[in-house]
Design a protein around this ligand. Structure first.
Ligand SMILES: *Cc1c(COP(=O)(O)O)cnc(C)c1O
Length: 226
């Protein structure tokens, strides 16, 4: 067995069956993805639209592609035909463009709302107030080619486990509030995407339904672009 298959096996043992593992393959070559694919894995995460497009074109068509990075509006077109879930919707204008590209491709594109939960300056995402504004807006009600399936967030990059836990707990509370207020009758609103290599165990304890794990599967990336 190759190292990627071994890593996948080891991590799967630490993840309950009801939590989905997204293997984050950003900056890794298509051959690495194929190693994971041949080990039976089908869900991969990328954070650059053109990189996802070129990998999607050469790799097996039954792969589920998850977009997890900051997405520029003019790049949505590169992923709209096939993307399985966009985790990182961080503005109303981006959601509008995803809806437009969904229309163009005659499909409904599943999305998560990214929330800002970290204490760091540079992270993208909605505040609860901004999300409510979006969900109450008439333009949102006219978006028929997107579906909001839950929330996503990234904790502060820190050794402080209590802080990480608190931030994931906050994201879970945002999820519960949105579920109650806007999606109580929508069974597809069920995802909490949180947890990476260094914090996925805490995320799972705090109710994650999807973890996004890169370096623990594929090894360290040479150049950390997020
Ligand atoms: C890179 C990345 C990950 C995976 O990070 P690892 O620490 O390598 O597991 C998860 N989520 C997002 C949004 C990322 O950009």
């Amino acid at each position: 067995m190759n190292s990627i298959a071994l890593n996948l096996q080891e991590i799967s043992l630490q993840i309950p069956a009801n939590v989905k593992l997204i293997a984050v393959s950003k900056l890794k070559p298509a051959e690495d993805i194929l190693d994971a694919y041949q080990a039976g894995h089908r869900c991969f995460g990328e954070n650059k639209a053109q990189e996802m497009k070129s990998k999607q074109e050469t790799l097996p068509s039954d792969i589920e592609w998850h977009f997890i990075g900051h997405l520029q509006r003019n790049k949505v077109k590169y992923i709209a035909p096939y993307v399985h879930l966009i985790h990182s919707v961080d503005s109303q204008k981006l959601l509008q463009e995803i809806n437009r590209q969904g229309e163009n491709n005659n499909r409904i594109i599943d999305c998560l709302l990214q929330f800002y939960i970290a204490t760091e300056e540079s992270k993208f995402g909605f505040s609860p107030e901004e999300a409510s504004e979006l969900l109450n807006s008439s333009s949102f009600r006219e978006m028929h080619n997107i579906r909001i399936c839950g929330v996503m967030g990234m904790a502060t990059f820190t050794e402080n486990k209590a802080l990480i836990r608190q931030e994931f707990n906050t994201l879970h509370s945002y999820y519960s509030e949105l579920k109650k207020q806007y999606f109580a009758d929508k069974p597809y609103f069920k995802e909490i995407s949180m947890g990476m290599t260094n914090d996925f165990s805490i995320a799972i304890e705090e109710g994650s339904s999807m973890v996004r794990i890169g370096s623990a599967i594929f090894g360290e990336r040479n150049c950390q672009i997020t």
